[in-house]
Design a protein around this ligand. Sequence first.
Ligand SMILES: [Zn+2]
Ligand SMILES: [Zn+2]
Length: 339
Amino acid sequence: MPNLNHSRRKILRNSLQMSLGLLGANLSLASLAQSSGARPNSASPSATTTPVSSQTGAMRLILLGTAGGPTPKKNRAAPAQLIMIGEEAYVIDCGNGVAQQIVKAGIKLSTLRHVFLTHQHSDHNADYGNLLLLAWAADLSHRVDTYGPAPLRKMTRLFQELNAEDIRIREQDEGRVPFSTLVHPHEIVRAGVVLQNDTVTVRAAEVVHPPVQPSFAYRFDHAGKSIVISGDTTFSERLLELAQDADVLVHEVMHLPSLEKLLGTEPNALRLKEHLLASHSSCEQVGRLATRAKVKKLVLSHFVPGGYPYLEDQIWIDAVRPFFDGEIVVGSDLMEILV
Ligand SMILES: [Zn+2]
Ligand SMILES: [Zn+2]
């Protein structure tokens, strides 16, 4: 590697991490933060946040974490969403800290009923087991069904083995219901309906997030309303189909100009950019898909960069607006949207 000083090496190392799907570019980017009007220690304003309330027939969508990538960030929590339907919570993705984010949102962990993983990247699954265990250690005592790509069953079993001692002690000492009887994992092997009950239909579509296969997006339909969660993907015809006429599309997004600054003139910058574009979505791709799908509200989330540099909301809106003239919401942690 030719004559790179320390900071350049550090930046390049972060670039390489990103190229490997380890989207943790929250180090060594102070200069970029300044040039982009970064706000590293403050949460995004959430002008569209709706006060916590429950409306009959409505779905409450809560963005639990809105950063992209597995590295813990100062400004945004790891990817996770919660949809409250009636008194039951549906959690989509389990990034680090998901249980605490649910508590911060004012939702009881005992309302957890269904958990969905979009794919097996650690920013989306790191706290899959922890969410179940901590909810059980709180007050959860009913069945929870979980859905996601393989090896979901093995992960569930091994997590129980890993925590067998705590589980044994709490079952004996606190009289808790057997943990092993509560959790029912369902591995999704193909697109289509993955859950249908009296209130909701959940469909999965396989999206494009190499090299992670399969990776899914999910659509929730309830009482004539719909929410689509993109998961991680570059432009995907199947997601376009799944998201048709959705009331809300929560879509991952990356800001290419910021990434280009990050990559700078590194000899492999073009290749790294191509790699990111192959598995994630630019602002233009997100906007164009939302337009073609005729979604009513586009909610941006899973921001890359998601930590440093912290991009102001307007930067994201300006980048998507030329390609989508509907409502754009720049997601922030704990933002609630009634659907
Ligand atoms: Zn991700
Ligand atoms: Zn991913």
